[in-house]
Design a protein around this ligand. Structure first.
Ligand code: DAK
Length: 258
């Protein structure tokens, strides 16, 4: 299927979504987020997909919400039709592993969407920021919540209040990105990580993701209890029997995602 604002392909068990509005530095217009939501829903249903990569261009992962579209919105309009709650959150709600491959600008909603992914691998050229304050608003798609969880209060305040950009090296030091790689290697490195993930047992990868995400929402005692129950439940999976038998028999495991 052809999309106006995205390029979509699959490589083995990996789905790759490339934001494709070069004329607007991949600004997240309604059409883009609607298409993105539909593609993610398809990948979630598709049992042949074990991991997804979300990426943009060399110049921009995404320069934020489409300001020209946003400009004419009013409060009641945003309340009645909140494109962000309806569509952007589809990245946060996506249940399979999803990696953001970020090159160039990841600003405002672009940074927020990258943070909704499970982890970010950045090229040396990446620039992250929440510059909404320069437009007379604050981050509205999770930036004031996910950024401090990722980088701590001091840096989140610094970024959101000054609106400045942070380069890839600073983002890695702060814990926002898991790795920084040369720009030309970005997609190879991310694909390698995605293929590793996609080769694992999909239900186990999904439960691992769910459990880590849970740690940001509940206290330690409840979190440990949740982890233990999920861990115990994994002993009903064929993949658990296969993984442990393969180790004992000194052979590679062949997971069936069951
Ligand atoms: N929206 C629309 N168009 C954009 C854009 C954006 N965010 N960013 C760039 N463009 C367009 C530019 O207008 C320009 O178009 P033309 O003039 O050629 O037609 C083209 O992309 C190239 O941009 P530049 O000429 O500006 O390129 P430069 O290399 O000189 O500068 C830049 C790159 C990234 C520094 C600059 O473009 C820039 O500052 N862009 C804006 C970054 C920004 O402020 N981002 C935050 C957007 S606000 C909500 C939840 C969340 C949000 C909103 C609502 N609700 C719950 C309701 C999120 C808000 C945001 O993200």
């Amino acid at each position: 299927m052809a999309y106006k604002t995205l390029q979509v392909k699959t490589e083995g068990r990996v789905g790759v979504i490339t934001l494709n509005r070069p004329e607007a530095l991949n600004a997240l217009c309604d059409e883009l987020t609607t298409e993105l939501t539909a593609v993610l829903a398809g990948f979630e249903r598709d049992e042949a997909i074990g991991c997804v990569i979300l990426t943009g261009s060399k110049k921009a992962f995404a320069a934020g919400a489409d300001i020209k579209e946003l400009q004419s919105r009013d409060q009641v309009g945003l309340y009645m039709h909140d494109p962000f709650a309806e569509t952007w959150e589809s990245v946060a709600r996506f249940r399979k592993p999803i990696i953001a491959a970020v090159s160039g600008y990841a600003l405002g909603g672009g940074c927020e969407i990258a943070m909704m992914c499970d982890f970010i691998i950045a090229s040396e050229t990446a620039k992250f920021g929440q510059p909404e304050i320069n437009l007379g608003v604050m981050p509205g798609a999770g930036g004031t919540q996910r950024l401090p969880r990722a980088v701590g209060k001091a840096k989140a305040m610094d970024l959101c209040l000054t609106g400045r950009m942070m380069d890839a090296e600073e983002a890695e030091r702060a814990g926002l990105v898991s790795r920084v790689v040369p720009a030309d290697d970005l997609m190879d490195v991310v694909m390698e990580a995605a293929e590793l993930i996609a080769a694992k047992s999909l239900p186990v990868a999904m439960m691992t993701k769910e459990s880590i995400n849970r740690s940001f929402e509940i206290g330690l005692t409840e979190g440990i209890r949740f982890e233990r129950r999920v861990f115990q439940a994994q002993f009903s999976l064929e993949d658990q029997s296969e993984g442990m038998a393969a180790f004992a028999e000194k052979r590679a495991a062949h997971f069936k995602h069951r």
